[in-house]
Ligand binder design. Structure first.
Ligand code: GLV
Ligand code: MN
Ligand code: MN
Length: 369
């Protein structure tokens, strides 16, 4: 509501679409598709205040600057925030931007249940953001730009001020439910156990070993693991756990998936544990438009900023737009490479530097004649 009020204060035309994405548009001189500056304002429960918000607020700052300077662009310029980028409560991540760009069906997205029960659709209605604007495939953008904190250590470590983002690595999220048999921790011989907790532990260790074997860009995380009945003297009869596998190389990511799922089957069978497997999200690596990467790089240099090209380790709304319009992303450093943590921090001067690169690239693509 607060961001929408700021959009209205800037005189933007605000629309809310059927998946709750909000766009605030400033008219252009011609009836052309908009240049969209977008990101998200949702957060993981333990997240910091920059992830997503920075790109949205910088977008409003760009609009304010254009208005103050009386700049007329040929294309409309819209600032958007997209529903459920994080995916921690409702999987998959980038859900709103995926529906916006026709990558995910609206009905499926609305019916997605959260980890606490309610569906996306019910929650949008509850908060008053089940909008009327049609969505999905038909919504075209002339270009998409997203400014974001890096959320990793590379820029800071290398003393670089700006990242010209070349693309986003592939993401594979899986939920495993392991079914064992509860029994007494003291009386059940080790050879007679069907221990879902043991199998979960082996899987966690396996994916860590796999990253060492595959090397390079392969990362793996078990971020969620819940035991039942979760008691000191009871062998767990159920574990729900998640796997997050990522790689910039689709072939190696597929290999990581194959090896992991084969191990899951083998270790579960050896313990007599039954496995249910559910895909939460699967995105192939995405490359951004070379033209946009070059624009970001050139704008940073022209403003006297040091800049390097780099892939993104995190998922972003921009990756949903990349197949459909020229798309670019700008990174600024994250202190200590910390993100998805309330300690996330980027200094004000670094935030301003990124916003100035955004301002320049927006003016180029929205065409100031
Ligand atoms: C989402 O932002 C992710 O990269 O996990
Ligand atoms: Mn983000
Ligand atoms: Mn995030």
């Amino acid at each position: 509501d607060l961001v929408v009020s700021w959009m209205r204060e800037l005189g933007l035309t605000v629309t809310v679409d059927r998946i709750g994405n909000v766009l605030g548009a400033r008219a252009g001189a011609a009836a052309l598709p908009p240049v969209i500056i977008g990101s998200h304002i949702d957060t993981v429960r333990t997240g910091g205040k920059y992830d997503g918000n920075y790109g949205v607020l910088a977008g409003l700052e760009v609009i304010e600057r254009l208005a103050e300077a009386g700049v007329v662009t040929r294309h409309p310029v819209a600032v958007g925030f997209f529903t459920n980028e994080e995916g921690a409560r409702f999987a998959p991540d980038m859900l709103g931007s995926a529906v916006h760009q026709g990558e995910l069906a609206l009905d499926l997205a609305l019916a997605t249940a959260g980890i606490d029960g309610p569906t996306v659709g019910a929650e949008l209605t509850r908060i008053g953001y089940a909008g009327e604007t049609p969505v999905g495939g038909a919504v075209r953008a002339a270009a998409f730009l997203e400014l974001h904190v890096e959320q990793g250590p590379v820029l800071e470590r290398e003393g670089q001020e700006i990242g010209a983002v070349t693309g986003v690595q592939g993401i594979s999220w899986t939920e495993l439910t392991l079914h064992g048999v509860s029994n007494h921790a003291g009386t059940t011989p080790m050879s007679m156990r069907t221990d879902a907790g043991y199998v979960a532990a082996e899987i966690s260790c396996f994916v860590r070993r796999l990253t060492r074997e595959l090397g390079g860009a392969q990362v793996a995380t078990v971020g969620h693991q819940v035991f039942a009945p979760n008691l000191v003297n009871v062998i767990p009869n159920r574990v729900v756990m998640t796997l997050d596998l990522r790689n910039t190389d689709e072939q190696i990511l597929q290999q990581a998936e194959r090896q992991t799922f084969a191990f899951v089957e083998q270790i579960a069978a050896s313990e007599g544990v039954r496995v249910e497997q559910r895909t939460l999200a699967r995105f192939a690596p995405v490359a951004f438009s070379p033209e946009m990467v070059a624009r970001v790089e050139a704008a940073a240099r022209a403003q006297g900023r040091s800049v390097r090209r780099m892939p993104s380790g995190a998922g972003h709304d921009a990756q949903m737009f990349a197949p459909h319009c020229p798309t670019g992303m700008i990174f600024v450093p994250s202190a200590g490479g910390i993100s998805h943590n309330v300690r996330e921090y980027t200094a004000p001067a670094q935030l301003v530097a990124g916003a100035n690169v955004l301002l320049e690239v927006v003016q180029q693509v929205a065409r100031v004649d």
